[in-house]
Design a binder for this molecule. Structure first.
Ligand code: NHW
Ligand code: EN5
Length: 388
């Protein structure tokens, strides 16, 4: 069934729920001198390239490859359109390795035709803090699909991660492979229902008119929580404390320090938005919410070419009810002209999705760990990790 994945140290379907198998690493690390020192072989027409995302031209080539060939929905109506600024942010966190930004070029033309990336992260699984690679942006040009290039790319990124003495990885995918740690559902909150219906992202409900639909999704002009404001650099220590405390309750979650919080959560125009509640009395930071910006290209529409989507990222409530905090996040996204606000059913998100008029999407997101066994699948609400 899975000729490649059956050969890899990942949980296998046949082992699901076997209580005799221990949780934790599947294979032990090998001495670094045993890691293959030279790259895997590609078919003769192609060559490896390390993509320098600081380089404007390279970043543009990566952007163009992904914009034309990356993830689409099941009906091929929308395709993720990560911006160049987003890619630079996603790929250059604290301690990143340029060698983990891997491209494949056609030798003759130097055209970039495939890509895969890793970035380092510390991820806690129960009480085990593990150095991992987060793998993302695996993409093979549409014309080169089904030639078994993906397994070579995965083996090559694995080799380069091993060279840094890292032996585990986390990744997500829309497809099922061996074996999900958990499966999440995407939920969508319409902000601009008319456009969403016009482009086929959503449908007019039964017995609904356009004007009733617009009224249904209407939001206040401005936020309601006293002390709600944009996160600033000076907030990094307080936000780190808040987030670390909150994430400690989930089975799988990132172990963020202040450097990570500064990188991943400090607002960056058109990439990541973060807000917090500073108590007007005590000036304590009590609540936090954030979303990242990931537009999708609209394929084959006369009137519109881009869907502007916000994706719920990390949210923490200690004083403001989560429902009210997320409603303020929706209000900010509406003010900033997003068409839709998306969220997964991870962490405590289920507690606000229905009440804030999110509806279930047709897409799922499966979470995976490489070389780390979990005895049985988790609930989405036990997951405290959001990958981009
Ligand atoms: S998920 C997004 C993946 N990208 C896309 O969907 C973009 C559009 N599609 C494509 O570009 C986020 C191609 O269809 C791709 C496959 C490149 C997906 N993950 O070359 P072949 C990520 O980036 C397996 C893992 O012929 P192709 C996460 C498939 O099951 N495996 O296919 C990435 C089969 O293996 P099997 C996937 O269509 C995580 C084999 O690839 C996969 O031309 C990567 C077929 O290869 C997917 N999304 O290219 C793993 N899609 O065993 C990281 C297909 O079933 C692991 N396959 O025969 C950790 C590594 C680091 C470890 C460090 C210690
Ligand atoms: C790596 N980081 O399928 C990620 N999106 O539901 C890789 N559906 O947008 C894996 N099909 O349901 C990504 N509208 C896997 C996801 C790939 C993209 C994907 C889904 C998620 C999506 C939309 C559009 C469907 C178009 C036809 C959808 C319904 C919205 C509606 C709004 C009003 C209330 C009810 C729901």
């Amino acid at each position: 069934r899975h000729r490649f994945w059956e050969t890899q140290p990942v949980g296998q379907f046949k082992d699901l729920g076997d209580p005799s198998l221990p949780e934790g690493p599947i294979e032990p690390p090998t001495p670094l001198s045993d890691v293959k020192p030279e790259p895997y072989n590609l078919p003769a027409q192609y060559e490896w390239t390390t993509c320098d995302m600081d380089d404007e031209q390279t970043c543009g080539e990566v952007y163009n490859l992904l914009t034309s060939n990356y993830v689409e929905d099941d009906e091929n109506m929308f395709r993720f359109n990560y911006s160049k600024e987003f890619l630079r942010w996603a790929l250059r966190p604290p301690g990143y390795y340029k060698a983990w930004h891997i491209g494949v070029r056609v030798k003759a033309s130097k055209k970039l035709v495939a890509f895969i990336t890793g970035v380092p992260a510390r991820i806690r699984v129960r009480d085990d803090n593990v150095r991992m690679a987060e793998i993302n942006f695996l993409c093979v040009h549409k014309k080169l699909r089904s030639k078994r290039l993906a397994p070579v790319m995965i083996k090559e990124v694995t080799r380069r991660v091993h060279l840094e003495n890292i032996w585990q990885a986390a990744y997500t995918a829309g497809v099922v492979i061996p074996t999900p740690v958990t499966t999440c559902r995407y939920w969508h909150r319409s902000l601009n229902p008319k456009k969403l219906i016009d482009v086929g992202f959503s449908r007019l409900g039964a017995r609904m008119t356009m004007s009733r639909t617009i009224r249904l999704y209407k939001l206040p002009e401005s936020t309601v929580t006293p002390g709600f404001r944009k996160m600033e650099l000076r907030d990094v220590p307080a936000v780190t404390r808040l987030l670390r405390q909150y994430l400690s309750q989930f089975v799988v979650a990132p172990d963020f320090d202040e450097n990570d919080v500064e990188h991943w959560l400090l607002p960056l125009e058109n990439v990541v938005d973060s807000y917090l509640v500073e108590s007007p009395e005590t000036h304590e930071v009590t609540d936090f919410c954030s979303f990242y910006t990931l537009p999708s290209s609209i394929l084959n529409n006369q009137n519109y070419s881009v869907l502007k989507a916000a994706y719920s990222y990390y949210n923490v409530s200690t004083k403001t009810p989560l429902l009210q905090l997320m409603n303020d996040a929706l209000i900010m996204a509406k003010q900033k002209d997003y068409d839709v606000f998306n969220a997964l059913d991870v962490m405590h998100n289920e507690s606000f999705l229905k009440e804030l008029k999110f509806g279930p999407g047709d897409g799922q997101l499966h979470y995976y760990l490489y070389n780390y066994r979990i005895r049985s699948a988790l609930k989405a609400s036990e997951l405290g990790l959001v990958l981009l």
